[in-house]
Design a protein around this ligand. Structure first.
Ligand code: 5RP
Length: 222
């Protein structure tokens, strides 16, 4: 079975009747949302979804899953989302799908967070996957220069050959090609202090459970 589909379906089992559920973004979260849609329709599962992107919102609505924004709920019971890299100490990089801002907001107001990944996402240290930094377009060239000076090898995320990618919130994404992040907490502090940086893809101490898709089956790690 497709490993992403396997963990998407497995994670959906943790959703119980009456829950407010954060709906992640990406090709793995897609299968989890599909499974929730199936349960809503076939098992009369009663949930409210809080989508982390316009793509997940559209998918949920098409499946008949009721949705609310994060500001229309007081709390999220459980968020299930994908990740781009997870280190041995369970820190993560997210944002490969450019939805990191809403993903981080929803995760931070969630009682429980589950990440669902195929085994290729598990690494010793973070950094091989380019770290996305979401920035306000006004002043973005200055931030880009600062990252260059620091040796972070920045590139603007592109939508196509000529246009920059614009997020659901109207921001740009600068990807940092770091190879290895020796101290994610220090880098987190550093990025948070730069004016014009809205958020970045380091998700530190945010996850409660990881479901890893392996050939032999889903491996749940807490
Ligand atoms: C989107 C994300 C995704 O969760 C991450 O990129 C993983 O995506 P996929 O499941 O398609 O590999 O952070 O912003």
């Amino acid at each position: 079975m497709n490993l992403k589909k396997m963990v998407g379906i497995e994670a959906a089992n943790y959703v119980k009747d009456g829950m407010v559920v954060g709906l992640g973004t990406g090709s793995t979260a897609y299968y989890m949302i599909e499974e929730l849609g199936r349960r809503v329709n076939e098992e009369q599962l009663n949930i409210v979804g809080v989508p982390t992107s316009s793509a997940s919102r559209n998918q949920a609505l098409e499946l008949g899953i009721p949705v609310k924004t994060i500001d229309e709920v007081t709390r999220v019971d459980l968020t299930i989302d994908g990740a781009d890299e997870i280190s041995a100490d369970f820190q993560g990089i997210k944002g490969g799908g450019a939805a990191l801002l809403f993903e981080k907001v929803v995760a931070s107001y969630s009682d429980q967070v589950i990440w669902i990944v195929d085994e290729s996402k598990m690494v010793d240290k973070l950094g091989k996957f380019p770290l996305p930094v979401e920035v306000v377009p006004y002043g973005e060239e200055h931030l880009f220069r600062i990252f260059e000076e620091k040796g972070y090898r920045p590139t603007f995320r592109l939508e196509n050959e000529t246009e920059k990618k614009i997020t659901d919130c109207g921001h740009s994404i600068i990807d940092l090609h770091l190879d290895v992040i020796e101290d994610p907490f220090k880098l987190n502090e550093e990025l948070n202090q730069l004016v014009g940086v809205v958020e970045h893809g380091l998700f530190l101490n945010m996850v409660h459970m990881i479901i890893v898709g392996e050939e032999k089956g889903p491996n749940t790690v807490t």
